[in-house]
Design a binder for this molecule. Sequence first.
Ligand code: CAA
Length: 379
Amino acid sequence: MDFNLTNEQLVIQKAMRDFVEKEIAPGVMERDEKSEFPIEQFKALGKCGLNGIQYPKEYGGQGGDYISYAIAVEELSKVDGSIGIAYSVNASLYAFPIFKYGSEEIKKKYLPPVFNGTSIGAFGLTEPNAGSDAGGCVTIAKKEGDNYILNGSKCFSTNGPLADYYIVFALTEPEKGAKGLSAFVIETSWEGVSVGHIEDKMGIRSAKVSEMFLKDVKVPASNLLGEEGQGFKIAMATLDGGRIGVAAQGLGLAKGAFEIARKYMMDRKQFGKPICAQQYPAFKMAELRTKIEYSELLLYKAAQAETEHKPYTIPAAMAKLTCTDTAMEVTTQAVQFLGGNGYMKDYHVERMMRDAKITQIYEGTNEIQKLIISGSLFR
Ligand code: CAA
C-alpha cells in the first residue's frame, strides 16, 4: 500500500486549496450568518475544471480517481463545510446513479451541465416517514404509455431549492415495498415539480436543504435509471459513494478546526507560557492529530477500493463513521481550547462544530453505519 499521494492528486489538492483561499474563504462567516449559498463560486468550480473529478472526460468530468475527489471535498470543507456537502451531493449522490445506471443518452444529457457549472443536481430519497428506513418511501410512479407519472414528496434534500435536476426514488410496484422502488432523473422545470419548505438549520447554514413536491409529474420512460424495481439497490450503491464524500467533509472540518486550535495554542499565553507548553492541551492535541491520521487512512482506503472496483460498502461505512466522529470531537475540543474566543463567531471553530454535527446524521446516521458494519461481521 502506497501512502503517498500521486502527482495528479497533489495537483488537484493544490488547485482546490488555491481556489478555496481565493474564492471560498472570503465571506464564509457572512454566508453562515445569512444562510446564503455561494452560487457563483460553486459554478466557478465547474468552470475551473474542479468538478466531476472522478468521472470520465467524455461526460464532462476530469478523468481523475476517487481519492482526488475526496481530497477536493476535504479542501473545501476545511474552510466551508456547506459548500463541501453541496459539492459532494452534486458530484456523488446526483451524478453517480446517472453514470452507473443511465443510458448513454441520459449520461450525455444530465452529467456535463452539473460538472461544467451550468446546472446543479440533488438527490431525493428521504421522505417524512422514510429516513433511516429508506425503503419506506411512498412516492408513486405510475406507468402511462411512454411516461411515468410521479406523485409524492421528498424532504431534507441538499441543493434542493437550487437544483435543476434531481434523482428521485418512487414506487413503480407499491405492493412490493422497497423491492418495488425505481430511480428516475427528473428536471425541476417540469410541470408539477415544486420546492417546499427551505430548512433553517443549526449548521451547514449556507447549504440549501428543502422539501420537494411532485404532483402528476410526467417523466419520460427513458429517464428511468436501471430497471424497474432496482431503485433500492441503486440508492444503497449511491450512498456507498456519498458516504465517502461525507467522510471527506468530516475530515476537512476536523483538519480545519485543528489548525485553528494549533495556531491559537502557540500564540495564546496563560500562566506565563503558551497554552501548547502545558502538557494537558499538548497531549490532547496529540490524541486528536492521531485520530485525524487514522480517519484519513480509512477514508483514502475506502476511496482507493472504489477506484480499484473492489467492494467498498463496509470501508465507506467505516470511513464515514470514523471521520465524522473525529470531526465532532476535534471541532468541540477546538472550541474548548479557544475558551471564550472559541465560543465567538470570529474564530470560526463554533461554526465548524455546528457544521460537524450533521455529518454524524446525514447519508445514514452513524448508528446506521454500525448496523451496516456489524451486519457484515456475523453472516
Ligand atoms: N449496494 C447494493 N445493494 C445493497 C447495498 C449496497 N450497499 N446494501 C443493501 N443492498 C441490497 C441488499 O443486497 C438487499 O438485496 P436483496 O433483497 O436482493 O437481498 C437489499 O438491498 C436490501 O438490503 P437490506 O436488507 O440490508 O436493507 P434494509 O432495509 O435492512 O436497510 C439500511 C438497510 C442500511 C438500514 C438502509 O435502509 C440505509 O442505508 N438506511 C439509511 C438511509 C440513508 O442513508 N439515507 C440518507 C439519504 S440522503 C441524505 O442524507 C440527504 C442529503 O441530501 C445529504
